[in-house]
Design a protein around this ligand. Structure first.
Ligand SMILES: Cc1ncc(COP(=O)(O)O)c(C=O)c1O
Length: 303
């Protein structure tokens, strides 16, 4: 086995020499294995690597990127709470709020992700969770992440902040340390509480795996999520986990190659009279955050 590879441990049942040994084992801090659904050596390896990538302390794997979003909603919201969603939110996340969350007495409201004022006006004492996307789904606006997070911390300290980090992928910026987004001084700490990620996309890279992850730093938050994860039975298949571990090794290379290609395509589109508008996250956010990859002479001008 190579230094960076790991075994594929398939398991449902785990055997213990006696009941006392079973009771002593703790899955929640990943110090041991108790049942396939609660983790295997293979899933622990991927979780640890994703935690390193995102700058988190705890990561949980779930069956899809959407399951990462719904786990956060279900674990952290209760009847009477409100969740805020950006206008360009990933559509199934909105649908989950409109249907399942509404059925459980949890309301949602929208805000304009490009306006801190709009977010500030949407925050109320009932706001318990705010979702961010950077860049946002489909239209790819890159918001003022630090401005949004600072506004929530000041005006709604009771609210947790979750980022759908699928597009940034842990490569473009570090969600728990947003100083790195705009090069602010170290010590000016500002970060989200939770990062959800569709591993289905960049980390897997092969177009053949469905998986998601939820990352956080706070151990108390991890415990809340882990117990909900356990009660919901959100396990993942280890063959898929092994595929993502393999994909992760080339994530950085692929991400930057795709970034460079997207910039070239966007620059080309800009020169075509048939195009009314070119939507791209660069340069408002990602261009500065990534700061690598070739730029064409037109890239960064007007898109
Ligand atoms: C921004 C974003 N979040 C979440 C998801 C959901 O991921 P999955 O398809 O693995 O459920 C997607 C999928 O397209 C996405 O684009």
């Amino acid at each position: 086995m190579g230094r960076d590879t790991t075994g594929v441990f398939k398991a449902s049942t785990v055997f213990f020499p006696n009941v006392a040994a079973l009771r002593e084992r703790r899955w929640i801090d990943k110090s041991a294995y108790t049942y396939g659904l609660k983790g295997t050596p293979t899933t622990y390896v991927l979780e640890e690597r994703l935690a390193t990538l995102e700058g988190a302390n705890h990561v949980m794997l779930v069956p899809s990127g959407l399951a990462a979003i719904t786990l956060i909603d279900m674990a952290l919201l209760k009847s009477g709470d409100e969740v805020l969603l950006p206008d360009n939110v990933y559509a199934p996340s909105l649908s989950f709020a409109q249907h399942e969350l509404a059925n459980w007495g949890i309301t949602h409201a929208r805000y304009d992700q490009m306006s801190v004022v709009s977010l500030s006006e949407a925050l109320t004492p009932a706001t318990k969770l705010v979702w961010l996307e950077a860049p946002g789904s489909v239209t790819l606006e890159f918001p003022d992440l630090r401005g949004l997070v600072r506004c929530i911390r000041e005006k709604a300290p009771q609210a947790l902040i979750a980022l759908d980090n699928t597009w940034g992928s842990g490569v473009a910026f570090k969600p728990f340390d947003l100083a790195r987004v705009d090069g602010s001084q170290a010590g000016d700490h500002l970060g989200v509480d939770l990062s959800a990620h569709a591993l289905t996309k960049y980390p897997s890279g092969g177009g053949d795996v469905m998986m998601g992850s939820v990352a956080c730093r706070d151990p108390a938050l991890h415990h809340r999520l882990a117990w909900s994860h356990s009660r919901l039975g959100f396990g993942v298949g280890v063959d898929d986990v092994a595929a993502v571990i393999k994909g992760l090794a080339t994530l950085d290379l692929r991400y930057h190659a795709q970034d460079a290609a997207a910039r070239r395509i966007a620059a080309w589109c800009e020169r075509q009279p048939q195009f009314k508008r070119v939507l791209s996250p660069a340069p408002a956010g990602l261009a500065r955050a990534i700061n690598t990859g070739p730029r064409t002479s037109r890239a960064g001008q007007g898109w």
